[in-house]
Design a protein around this ligand. Structure first.
Ligand SMILES: [Zn+2]
Length: 225
């Protein structure tokens, strides 16, 4: 598994080749855990680090797939946003999809990681691994981003993609509409993040972006509504 120091105290774990799926370690907190198949490699990579907690940007299968495994293995607590808590605790991830009867819902349930209790719900202003939590609902109801103002590092989960995880095409895009609970709400969350003017943006999918202007211009170009 490729690991990359993105900024002081921020390590990106590239869970698959081509930067298609990422998790991060911020301070002593793991953010996201990738899919179930990443579990063994993730445990090996984390065994060299000090990990005291695990937070989720959101509870899609490609972010929570190995969360139960990691929390059990290291005996650490799991944290997520209120809107995704029921999905995490029940293991029923279809409830945070736009259509719980879709093909995606069936795929999602076959790929989902096991249910796991949430020790703490995170919300605006909470501190995690030296970062501040920002609620960014839309892609899922309880989606979270993590922001460190001192050096303007932003971890935004799937508010935007920097690489399409299916086609592997590189570039800023909105996340798949078919997997986004409320696309208009997600766009509003993206606008709030653009206003922060981040120097480094870390994505669930794709390599980090160190171009604040391109980030802002992409979000400003999105249609209203
Ligand atoms: Zn994702």
């Amino acid at each position: 598994m490729k690991t990359e120091q993105v900024a002081p105290g921020v390590v990106r774990l590239a869970l698959m080749p081509l930067d298609a799926f990422n998790a991060y370690v911020i301070g002593d907190v793991l953010v996201d855990s990738g899919g179930r198949l990443a579990g063994k490699h993730l445990l090996a990579a984390l065994s060299h680090m000090e990990i005291a907690g695990h937070a989720l940007t959101h509870a899609h299968f490609d972010h929570q797939g190995s969360s139960h495994l990691v929390c059990e293995h290291f005996g650490i607590p799991l944290w997520c946003g209120e809107g995704d808590r029921a999905a995490v605790e029940s293991g029923d991830l279809t409830r945070i999809l736009p259509n719980p009867d879709s093909w995606l819902a069936r795929v999602s349930q076959s790929m989902a990681g096991p249910a796991h209790p949430v020790d703490r719900v995170l919300g605006d202003g909470d501190e995690v691994g030296g970062f501040t939590v920002i609620e960014t609902p839309g892609h899922t109801p309880g989606h979270l981003a993590f922001w460190r103002e001192s050096d303007r590092v932003l971890i935004l989960g799937d508010v935007l993609f920097h690489r399409n995880p299916m086609t592997l095409r590189i570039g800023l895009t909105e996340p798949f509409a078919f997997a986004t609970f409320d696309p208009a709400m997600n766009r509003n969350s993206a606008r709030r993040l653009a206003a922060l003017e981040p120097a480094v943006v870390c994505f669930g999918h794709g390599a980090p972006l160190r171009d604040a202007r391109r980030f802002a211009e992409f979000i400003l170009s999105l249609p209203a509504g």
